[in-house]
Write a new protein. Sequence first.
Length: 633
Amino acid sequence: MSVTTTATRRPVPVIPARGALRPLGLDEVELTGGFWAERQRRNAEVSIPHCDHWESRVGWIDNFRHALAGTVEQRTGREFADSDVYKLLEAMAWESGRTSDPRLDARIEEIALLVEAVQDDDGYVSTKYGRPGQEPRYTDLAWGHELYCFGHLIQAAVARLRTGHDDTLVRVARRAADHVCVEFGPSGRDDVCGHPEIEVALVELARTTGEERYLEQARLFLERRGRGSLPDIEFGRAYYQDDVPVRDAEVLRGHAVRALYLTAAAVDVAVDTGDDELLQTVRDQFARTLARRTYLTGGMGSHHQDEAYGDDFELPSDRAYSETCAGIGSVMVAWRLLLATGDTRWADVVERTMYNVVATSPSRAGDAFFYTNPLHKREPGEEADPDEASPRALSRLRAPWFEVSCCPTNVARTLASFAAYVATVSDDGVQIHQHVPSRIATTLGDGREVELEVETSYPDDGDVVVRVVAAPAGEVSISLRVPEWSVGRASLDGEPVDGPVATTRRRFAAGDEVRLRLDVQPRLTVADDRVDAVRGCAAVERGPLVLCVESTDLPAGVGVDRVRIAAGAVPHDLEDGVHVSGELVEREEGPWPYRSRPATAPGATLDVRLVPYHDWANRGPSTMRVWIPQERP
């Protein structure tokens, strides 16, 4: 059954006009403990203030002051630095919506007033273009990122509107959106931006305001993509998805973040315009990308030089780019497909990517970040200078800031709004997609009210208890996702569950409980043999977590390159984590790395301790690998 959304200003990042499921907002779901509540707390207390501090320190907020003062030669940062200010505002907006923190409201207004002062009469706003001493507007659509920046400005304003504030930020963003519709509408420039983002933002603004022209402009941008209007470059037009029309592509390609933002927008446009053919097309594209071009962690992007997807099954562990922002883009696409179709496999994608890409980026303290997320590090990294922004490709440990800082602010806005990705409702039921301790108080599609509490230590264990606090009259269904790795090994109220969803439907009373049990025992995983880079290797997973071996847990002087998993070994839980039987290989060194017989021989046996990949490099410089060579019987 399709759910039509009528309330467009609820505190939730994505509100499709229609779909199989209705998302719940920050006013309906509260994280009460556990893995994600702790990261949300740290994000609020440390990461968001940290981002604000660094954007002030490196001058990106001051860029707006330089634009006002006419001192544009003092502008700092890349051409898209404005966008990181806007992502910071969005993170603050969602966090304010969650906690009602007046300090955040005041800071949002302070920065928004500065942006408004820079905005031109026609709605255009940029610290990089259009002023004396700068290049004119829209003279470099391939690389200038003007529309990309507008997109993040608009998304920040959508967050503000949906959390109950129609203020300066909203006024600035609406004027910018109106400018875009005039400048790039049917009678304007027949062009697109080199970095998709404006499209997804315009759809959400249309949903929030009811102004259909924003949706139509997003559709126009989408249909223009792939006509070769952007210049050909060394990476080809596929880099910015301008090689073939969206509807003609088989799989995502080019710059991973750009491809994912465009795909998210394509889902949005398809849903809101009723274009089922487009929806099926992009769903198939994303499914093929998951099947052929995605890392075990859920990360996407195997090329450093162009931050891009490789060919099918080209997934080298040590050269994985797997940008944090691409992980967030994948979550954006998967969540939209879940809402549109009700297919819980998309929630599996959200879970895998959140636990193993998004959660990997911030340090335990929340004040340093990974930009890229390789699955194998051959050399220990160096501690980042806490007082300097790091070049992203050179940072081998988490860094406090980057010359291109899209990832820290992207993580901040995602964690601030994470409660909105936990559960959905239909006309007669609640669907729990992410197993987190939480309170859910909502209204079903048929108007009945329901309140639930979720208790769990997941992912430490697989027990999930849903307790009914307030039950609606009549029968209602409660559904819980069974992750793919536990299908056939799950139970609901003691009864086996064979499929990807565990559902019970009955009349509930306050105090009733539903108990899901998932199998989170550690397991060995092998890759499709077309992934040449890891053939003969195995990885260990436990529940939703990808694990890795880190040199910190090996004998002194031993690197991860010497570790092998023993033939027939089965990983198991111990008090200090997951262990697997292995051995240290001995090598013959020689003048040439190629020979007619193996240069390795079995060495000492070893009990290998594995740690969650998301937690690696928190104990100082180390080497690490996810995929470990496995001895054959």
